[in-house]
Write a protein that binds this ligand. Structure first.
Ligand code: NAP
Length: 298
């Protein structure tokens, strides 16, 4: 399949590109810089130059492809409204280009705010479309295109898609621990995050692209609930610094923007995903990865 991938140069995107190429697909990756373009070419992908706001480039990429994987996100944590606006416009543009084709449109989503007091499941809808919704409601926007002949597949990633070289949330928490000389959790550390290794996440994206039914919500989740105090303990052990607690009201000052999320419960199940796509995660667990030094660069 000829696949257009946005966010192809990112942490998950570069693993997805490798996974797709290894499975025999052709990949065209969106790149907004020379460095991203060179890296993609070195992997064996072709390049479509453009920014997320370049809607003509997105349209062209989607029209020329037999399937789309949308992973790019501005991640402007100081201006989430702008990230969410860009996400909605990108989703709309890519999906419109696929109307009536039956082609797959796989997009990234998250597991935040799916359920209270229990792990979120694939049956739980995302909060409604809107500027205040996580990711601007991009998932629901994309799923609405199923009725217009698009095979939309949402892949909800665990809040940590971990592995060696990850610069995401756990790297940022590790950097805060290094800065402060203590590894902190929020409150009593009893809230949990789900987790998945990047190679398992990339394989799930490929399986979703190749065969998930239209309207699927898939959970890229290998570990349902890793308590945040165990994450803090593993980071503390790796850095050889003590573990402590930070009050919820001080979390942003201590951690930076990630303080908004570290105390949040983002546990999630993936029973349905495993069953439907015969997906069995095999990568190391989060604590194992931290212990093995995956965040030594942070
Ligand atoms: N990693 C996780 O744990 C996790 C968890 C839940 C959801 N997700 C979602 O999964 C997707 C991939 O995440 P990731 O961890 O791979 O993120 P990442 O490493 O930060 O990569 C982001 C990608 O988006 C591209 N991008 C950012 N702003 C852009 C713009 N204005 N125009 C064009 N491209 C732009 C980046 O390009 P450059 O290389 O040029 O910067 C990069 O390719 C994202 O939508 C993310 O929100 C990730």
């Amino acid at each position: 399949m000829r696949v257009f991938v946005t966010g192809a140069s990112g942490w998950i995107g570069s693993a997805v590109v490798d996974e797709l190429l290894a499975a025999g697909h052709d990949v065209a990756g969106l790149a907004r810089s020379d460095a991203a373009a060179s890296a993609l070419e070195a992997q064996g992908a072709t390049v479509l130059r453009g920014d997320l706001d370049d809607l003509d480039a997105l349209r062209r990429g989607a029209v020329d492809a037999e399937g789309v994987v949308h992973l790019a996100n501005k991640h402007d944590w100081a201006n989430l409204a702008e990230s969410n606006r860009a996400e909605r416009e990108a989703v709309e543009t890519l999906a419109e280009a696929l109307v009536g084709t039956g082609r797959p449109f796989v997009l990234a989503a998250g597991v935040a705010a799916l359920a209270a007091g229990r792990p979120g499941t694939e049956a739980d809808p995302s909060p409604a479309i809107g500027p205040g919704s996580p990711r601007g409601g991009g998932e629901n926007l994309a799923l609405a295109y199923v009725d217009r002949g698009v095979r939309t597949v949402s892949v909800r990633f665990a809040p940590t898609v971990h592995g060696d070289g990850d610069h995401g949330f756990v790297a940022i928490i590790t950097a805060a621990a290094r800065r402060h000389g203590v590894s902190a959790h929020v409150g009593d550390g009893s809230t949990s995050w789900s987790a998945v290794h990047v190679a398992d996440a990339a394989r799930l994206v490929r399986l979703g692209l190749e065969s998930a039914p239209a309207g699927s919500r898939l959970h890229a989740v290998a570990e349902e609930a890793v308590p945040s105090r165990e994450i803090a303990q593993a980071i503390g052990d790796a850095l050889v610094v003590p573990v402590t607690s930070v009050a919820a009201e001080d979390a942003i000052e201590h951690f930076g923007f990630i303080g908004m999320f570290f105390g949040m419960d983002m546990s999630a199940a993936s029973d349905h995903t495993r069953r439907v796509l015969d997906w069995t995660p095999t990568g190391p667990g989060l604590l194992e990865d931290i212990k093995a030094g995956a965040y030594r660069h942070a």
